[in-house]
Design a protein around this ligand. Structure first.
Ligand SMILES: Nc1ncnc2c1ncn2[C@@H]1O[C@H](COP(=O)(O)OP(=O)(O)OP(=O)(O)O)[C@@H](O)[C@H]1O
Ligand SMILES: O=C(O)C1=C[C@@H](O)[C@@H](O)[C@H](O)C1
Ligand SMILES: [Mg+2]
Length: 172
């Protein structure tokens, strides 16, 4: 089985993907780590030195590599991976199940405020209010892609353990 987790930054793709893979004894691939390893640079440095367009091109290339992988795996994609070009169509056409981790804007924003330094898309938002406004608009634009996932997991005020149980119940 191949499982793709998609969703906004901070929605828990990496946290839940790692836990799901461990529990199901599947290989875990974190897309952002995969890309950083292949490029030999952190995403923050790539954004700074080569720019977002370069990053999006490489992101599209590595998405194809992972879609072609024949092994069973849990793959946590990057927050923007399904939202550029025809990426979401390619994800849907490939074998496997995609799951959108849907988290309310207020919860995403409060999680992301403390972690914004590591996320180049967000680090210009210098107050919690500006960050929340940015996330609200950005998520609205991206929802069109995220909502095309095979499954949608709505999580609110849950511990990662509760969300993992709900994810397993949705999948199996
Ligand atoms: N129910 C929950 N499910 C998942 N994560 C949760 C939950 N509640 C709180 N968290 C916290 O929210 C954060 C989610 O961050 P994580 O890095 O997993 O998100 P991500 O979707 O991989 O983001 P990015 O796209 O930036 O890589 C973690 O710090 C995690 O501990
Ligand atoms: O939402 C986004 O556009 C991003 C999310 C992260 O997972 C990284 O892939 C990168 O920081 C861009
Ligand atoms: Mg992640």
């Amino acid at each position: 089985m191949k499982i793709y987790l998609i969703g906004y930054m901070g929605s828990g793709k990496s946290t839940l993907g790692r836990a799901l893979a461990q529990k199901q004894q599947l290989r875990f691939i974190d897309f952002d780590e995969y890309l950083e390893e292949k490029e030999g640079q952190s995403i923050a440095t790539i954004f700074k030195e080569k720019g977002e367009i370069y990053f999006r091109k490489r992101e599209s290339h590595y998405l194809d590599e992972l879609l072609d992988l024949e092994e069973e795996a849990v793959i946590s994609l990057g927050g923007g991976t399904p939202c550029y070009g025809d990426a979401m169509q390619r994800i849907k056409a490939a074998p496997g199940t995609s799951v959108y981790i849907n988290v309310p804007v207020t919860e995403l924003s409060s999680r992301l405020w403390s972690q914004r330094e590591h996320r180049p898309v967000l680090n210009h938002q210098d107050t919690p209010e500006k960050l929340e406004e940015f996330v609200r608009k950005h998520l609205f634009e991206r929802s069109f892609y995220y909502n095309q996932a095979d499954l949608i997991l709505r999580t609110q005020d849950q511990t990662p353990e509760d969300s993992l149980k709900a994810l397993e119940a949705a999948l199996f």
